[in-house]
Design a protein around this ligand. Structure first.
Ligand code: SF4
Length: 371
């Protein structure tokens, strides 16, 4: 279908050193240097060159190489991938180019190489600086390796993000708060905080069924999320999305594009492409259409995505969307009465309670398409 230009590119690298106990992402544990890795990278490069010839990479504003563990493919493959990108699109300093990294495979040499080739943001999967918590999660690194990798990343990159997880078995509030404080003291630009969820077909799901660990306690996780919000805010980080905190100017533009309903292109196994024009939005994964929305459903989805961000949606946007969704104004008034959104400075914004009861908030906005 004729579509608006893609503005964000996601490249999926489905390889890891080992499989973490909580992970249901599309990835496989495979030895570093396995020939299948080189073959996969070659395919990615061919696809990038083809999309460039077709003109699909001309308007990209952000690139995100994620996984899996992109750094597990090694410096040679990662630099080949970035080199191909540099030849295929305008990989200028204005384009946000993020590489996801894990502590066990990020080296100082790799940091220098990928920075020289145009990467300008590193997202490091730390999860915890605490050896016991890393072991429970089945991470391939301990706290010291995470510290070493972070220091290596910061030899070149100012824009370094880390992920931290809360609600892990054996992790109390004090232990989690100490992880958050360490992130602050090490000067990272961006922190993402995720509560542990037990996904089907993971070692953790089997352990829950066998009674070896409990389901995460949602109240305890909410307390930890609040602790993180307090510590990070006091240190000058702004919570610009439900799970994301950044020092001023270091908000992730790639993630923000997802929440703003911007069309994006996905390359690689299981990567989703979102193609859209004014009337239709389609998501395609591995050649299969997984979502096909009309203009009304798109509008409801944009309202829902807007509430993931602290800035919410403007009253002008609400007025525009209400032409398509007559029930929207009433739905927002109800959400306001329930304390899930608030009207502030010409916008509807999510409240802390709205984020904690995210399913209720997002569900009500999505349902407004069928009222
Ligand atoms: S490193 Fe990330 S993608 Fe790989 S198994 Fe662990 S959580 Fe999953």
């Amino acid at each position: 279908m004729p579509h608006d230009p893609y503005r964000a590119l996601y490249i999926h690298v489905p390889f890891c050193t080992s499989r973490c106990a909580y992970c249901d992402f599309t990835t496989q544990a495979i030895p570093a240097g396995a020939p299948v890795i080189d073959g996969y990278i070659e395919q990615l490069i061919e696809r990038i060159r083809q999309l460039s010839r077709e003109g699909e990479l001309a308007a990209l504003e952000t690139v995100y190489v994620g996984g899996g563990t992109p750094t597990h493919v090694g410096s040679k493959n990662l630099t080949a991938l970035l080199y191909a990108l540099g030849l295929s699109m305008h990989l200028t300093p204005e384009v946000e180019c993020t590489i996801e990294a894990n502590p066990e495979s990020l080296t100082e040499r790799m940091v220098a190489d990928i920075w020289a080739l145009g990467a300008n943001r590193l997202s490091l999967g730390v999860q915890s600086f605490d050896d016991d918590i890393c072991a429970v999660l089945g991470r391939a690194h301990n706290g010291e390796a995470a510290r070493r990798a972070l220091a290596a990343a910061q030899t070149r990159f100012e824009n370094v993000s880390i992920d931290l997880m809360c609600g892990v078995p054996g992790q109390d509030r004090a232990r989690f708060a100490s992880d958050v404080r360490e992130a602050v003291s090490r000067g990272v630009a961006h922190v993402s905080i995720y509560p542990l969820t037990i996904e089907e077909r993971t070692p953790f799901a089997r352990m829950v069924r066998a009674g070896m660990i409990d389901q995460p306690d949602e109240d305890a996780q909410a307390d930890m999320m609040e602790d993180a919000a307090r510590i990070l805010r006091a240190a000058g980080y702004e919570r610009y999305e439900v799970a994301s905190y950044a020092r001023l100017g270091f908000e992730s533009r790639h993630n923000s594009a997802y929440w703003a309903g911007v069309p994006y292109l996905g390359i690689g196994t299981s990567a989703t492409t979102m193609t859209q024009n004014a009337h239709r939005r389609m998501r395609v994964q591995d050649g299969q259409v997984v979502d096909d929305l009309d203009a009304v459903q798109m509008a409801a989805e944009d309202m829902m995505l807007g509430m993931r961000r602290s800035c919410g949606v403007s009253l002008e946007e609400v007025e525009r969307v209400a032409q398509l969704l007559p029930a929207l104004r009433q739905v927002l008034s109800d959400l306001e009465a329930r304390g899930l959104v608030v009207r502030d400075a010409g916008r509807y914004k999510p409240t802390e309670r709205g984020w904690l009861c995210g399913n209720e908030l997002y569900g009500a906005l999505l349902d407004s398409a069928s009222l």
